[in-house]
Design a binder for this molecule. Structure first.
Ligand SMILES: *Cc1c(COP(=O)(O)O)cnc(C)c1O
Length: 387
């Protein structure tokens, strides 16, 4: 048998494998599992988007290879949406590239700019792809802890100068998965100034910009003056429009960064199916009331769940964005132990915080991607535990 390459062998062990195994056992025993583990919306894609896809599939011109950088009409719709939502002006021809889901772009981006030995600054805890993309490019991830006392914002000033000399990219993700924390304009302004002085590219993952519940909408980093000189932003249709299965996203911002990513993509994929991009145009032009409906579903679930968890004595990080709750494990347990207990004794699947990095230890993540009735049933089961 041919051995795996070093880059696969050096991947960290799959932390969820054990939970998956137990989950399968429970299901086989006929346990009524409540799965709060995965970040995958349970609400279907808005009907107008589905209808647009049906029409687009019928068109023979969509059956051929798409353009590498994406349809111009799609990139124009992205630019229009950024203008409406964030007041950010983008040139659709040079500052937007279509992605096959944002994960694809996030994973490929370091291949364009990271040489072996270069450092990429990644948050911890975090979406794992920042680290994996870095490793696949031969780079070294350096982890900046996200701590509750800092509102789960990275203290980038704490990174040693010796590390900074080799650093090429810093990743940020607000509203944040897994902590649900948000960042404001002043955070981005300070980060950009710091990064510009050190010639470090800022890569922002804005997957959750539309899942918010407060009066202040989450900003784009590109709203900050001068951001386009050193920043690229990754966005996704998955969470905004309940389109995880469709695989559609975009990267926008500095044109050299967008072009570099485009060069990688030209050589490894041949673009996203044009019918999906046409449906994406419809999604970007949905009336705001469609998104408000999605938000109000999550808002109701969040409020009910936060209240119920507090009643049983669990401490939830207070935030007004994302469909996650970041909860402290009770005293006397590790994240893995407590998540195991929830599965064994309550039939509830949650994600242990350390699955997102060592600084996630002491927490677990709940996904609000099941109906309120099931969330409350989960809390009733937790209430029965001796903690
Ligand atoms: C879900 C998610 C994405 C989006 O992934 P897609 O590939 O667009 O489905 C990106 N970043 C974070 C942090 C996420 O949670």
């Amino acid at each position: 048998m041919l051995e795996y390459a070093q880059r696969i062998k050096s991947l960290p062990p799959y932390l969820f494998a054990q939970i998956d195994q137990k989950k399968r056992e429970k299901l086989a025993q006929g346990v009524d599992l409540i799965d709060l583990g995965v970040g995958d919306p349970d609400i279907p894609t808005p009907q107008p988007v589905v209808e647009a896809m049906k029409r687009a599939v019928e068109k023979p011109e969509n059956h051929r290879y798409p353009s590498y950088e994406g349809m111009l009409s799609f990139r124009e719709a992205v630019a229009d949406w950024y203008k409406r939502r964030f007041g950010v002006q983008l040139d659709p021809a040079t500052e937007v590239v279509t992605l096959i889901g944002s994960k694809e772009g996030i994973a490929h981006f370091p291949l364009a700019f990271v040489n072996p030995g270069d450092v990429v600054l990644c948050p911890d805890p975090a979406y794992p792809v920042y680290k994996i993309g870095t490793l696949f490019a031969g780079g070294e991830p350096y982890f900046i802890p996200l701590k509750e006392e800092n509102g789960f914002l990275p203290d980038f000033r704490s990174v040693p100068e010796a590390v900074l000399r080799r650093a090429k990219i810093i990743w940020v993700n607000y509203p944040n998965n897994p902590t649900s924390a948000t960042a404001d304009e002043s955070f981005y302004r300070e980060l950009l100034q710091w990064a510009r002085e050190r010639n470090i590219v800022v890569a922002s993952d804005l997957a959750y910009s539309e899942i918010y519940f407060g009066d202040r909408k989450p900003p784009s980093i590109l709203q900050i003056e001068g951001a386009k000189e050193i920043a690229i932003e990754f966005h996704s249709f998955s969470k905004t429009f309940n389109m995880t299965g469709w695989r559609l996203g975009m990267a926008v911002g500095n044109k050299n960064l967008v072009a570099g990513l485009g060069k990688v993509k030209t050589n490894v994929d041949s673009g996203q199916f044009q019918a999906v991009q046409e449906a994406g145009i419809t999604a970007l032009n949905l009336p705001e009331s469609e998104l408000e409906k999605i938000r109000s579903t999550y808002r109701e679930r969040r409020e009910a769940m936060v209240r119920a968890l507090q009643e049983v004595g669990l401490e939830v990080f207070r935030s007004e964005a994302t469909f996650y709750l970041w909860v402290k494990v009770p005293k006397g347990y590790t994240s893995a132990e407590f998540v195991s207990k929830l599965l064994e004794e309550c039939g509830i699947v949650c994600t242990p915080g350390n699955g997102f990095g060592e600084h996630g230890e002491g927490y677990f993540r709940i996904s609000l991607t099941v109906p309120t009735r099931r969330l409350l049933e989960a809390v009733e089961r937790i209430r029965g535990l001796k903690l």
